[in-house]
Design a protein around this ligand. Structure first.
Ligand code: SAH
Ligand code: SF4
Ligand code: F3S
Length: 475
């Protein structure tokens, strides 16, 4: 059943937290564990932290791996077809586990659930799933769990829209020194290939005061770096009762004492203001890295994508950014094979890559999403042509990235040490202000600290470094 949300407040978040706490008697003494697999973007990753917050309140402990967990949650993505196929594949493997373990439960949530066609498939082919909810009602999870645990019925609760924003959900942060913060939800841009506006709804900005309170709270809790999240942060504040700008939000947040670094994503080129460039350039705490998806180089294709800028306007914008911040690290998203893309059009994509010289790029093969305008466009490009173009694109991108990485050798950076390297227990990984991954031999007790390093050599996706001197406090 689809429902439209009515006004929800912080008090509602508290009510849900109370339900979660009361539910703990259901699983008391059973030593039950949960495992969340998160697909898609940072939005989903951040939502999963909220889901973890609820599950831990209920009394579930985090499982070390998926195969051991009593409760499996897939937080899904549907931006490309592959993301959806992965979920169906994984579900097929879970049915048998339900028979073996009486406590075993499966919940599905996230963007994929907001599509009717997916719900129909799940009802028909995967009727063993315990709880299904969407992107608008995550905060209701305690109540959904209550229904499932107390009535033993399957729960499907998907809502169509969402007007208000629920503040103060419990949340489990992955790191204690850095955190993501949502500044807005949804998207109004309707790029013709993209499903996101249909599954995440219209743009809704959080109040400046709520964001500042959250950041202050995080900083008091040890956070030094924040990442502001929104599908298009550059249009932040436009729909608030007292309209404001993203640049103004950044200026106010940068004043918070103890906060050292501010990152954000994603920036839509059509809404990136001169004011933002100025604030970025003049505020040390704002990291000098910018994710600026261009999607396609050809103005004709950009028009069909409904992106709102031409090739020339994009290049002009990049130029302005580089003049203001010569050390800026630019990254991007590129789609290959949008309907009607010709070899000539594709050359424009290669040209942008060569001119801008991205530090790295996410490259995607166009994926038809049912319900979007591009899905029914004529002149869909054939797979073989797309493959050739995709490889050509990588052949241009990779040497440019390698050149950038190589140029960092012997330079010194302040990095924030984030975690023990996945491949070597003696090595820690951290990031520069420009967002580059750096590996360095350092003491694990310094995770969460800023240290000065000198780059010793460059790899394709990261840099190796040595510590320069004692750990530095602050940037
Ligand atoms: N709001 C962000 C991007 C969100 S989706 C922005 O506008 O920049 C992340 C990326 O997925 C997009 O930038 C785009 O490159 C890619 N993408 C979205 N829909 C796609 C589709 N149908 N096929 C292939 N790639 C797609
Ligand atoms: Fe999708 Fe475009 Fe919105 Fe990004 S700006 S989420 S690509 S519709
Ligand atoms: Fe993100 Fe995928 Fe949803 S990219 S917004 S999780 S469709």
């Amino acid at each position: 059943m689809k429902r439209t949300q009515i006004k929800v407040t912080t008090a509602e978040a508290k009510r849900q937290a109370d339900i979660a706490t009361q539910l703990s008697y259901h699983i008391k003494d059973k030593n039950l564990t949960y495992f969340i697999a998160t697909f898609g973007c940072q939005m989903n990753a951040h939502d999963s932290e909220k889901i973890e917050g609820v599950l831990e309140l209920v009394g579930y402990a985090k499982a070390t791996n998926e195969n051991e967990a009593d409760f499996i949650i897939y937080n899904t993505c549907c931006v490309r077809e592959n993301a959806e196929l992965k979920i169906y594949g994984k579900l097929g493997n879970l049915k048998a586990r339900k028979k073996k373990n009486p406590n075993f439960m499966i919940a599905l949530c996230g963007c994929m659930m907001q599509q009717d066609i997916v719900l129909d498939t799940l009802k028909q082919k995967f009727n063993f799933i315990d709880i299904i909810f969407g992107t608008y009602n995550i905060y209701k999870l305690p109540e959904l769990l209550q229904t499932r645990l107390e009535t033993d019925e399957r729960v499907i609760d998907i809502w169509d829209t969402h007007d208000e924003i629920v503040e103060d959900l419990p949340s489990i942060r992955k790191h204690n020194f850095k955190s993501c913060v949502n500044i807005m939800y949804g998207c109004n841009n309707f790029c013709t290939y993209c499903i996101v506006p249909y599954v995440r709804g219209r743009e809704r900005s959080r109040e400046v005061s709520d964001i500042i309170d959250e950041v202050k709270h995080l900083v008091a809790d040890g956070v030094k770096e924040i990442m502001f999240l929104g599908q298009n942060v550059n249009s932040y504040g436009k729909n608030l009762t007292t309209p404001t700008t993203f640049a103004s939000l950044l200026t106010q947040v940068a004043k918070i004492e103890g906060l050292e670094r501010i990152r954000f994503m994603t920036s839509h080129p059509k809404d990136l203001s001169d004011e933002l460039i100025e604030v970025m350039a003049s505020t040390d705490k704002i990291c000098k890295s910018l994710h600026l998806p261009f999607q396609a180089g050809s103005t004709a294709v950009l028009k069909k994508m409904n992106r709102g800028y031409t090739k020339e306007q994009y290049l002009e914008l990049v130029n302005k950014i580089k003049v203001a911040m010569p050390n800026i690290a630019l990254t991007t998203d590129i789609i290959v094979g949008f309907p009607s893309e010709t070899d000539e059009d594709f050359k424009d994509t290669l040209e942008i890559v060569k001119v801008v010289k991205y530090v790295s790029a996410f490259t995607f093969i166009y994926s038809k999403r049912t319900g979007t305008p591009a899905a029914t466009m004529e002149q869909q490009v054939d797979e073989a042509t797309i493959k050739i173009r995709f490889n050509q694109l990588l052949d241009v991108l990779n040497p440019i990235s390698a050149q950038y990485m190589q140029a960092q050798v012997d330079k010194e950076f302040i990095i924030l040490l984030e975690e023990v390297s996945k491949n070597d227990n003696n090595i820690l990984s951290g990031r520069t202000d420009t967002g580059t991954l750096v590996h360095v031999q350092a003491d694990p007790k310094d995770i969460g600290e800023f240290v000065k390093v000198r780059i010793t050599n460059a790899k394709t996706h990261y840099l190796n470094a040595e510590l320069v001197n004692e750990k530095e406090l602050g940037v």
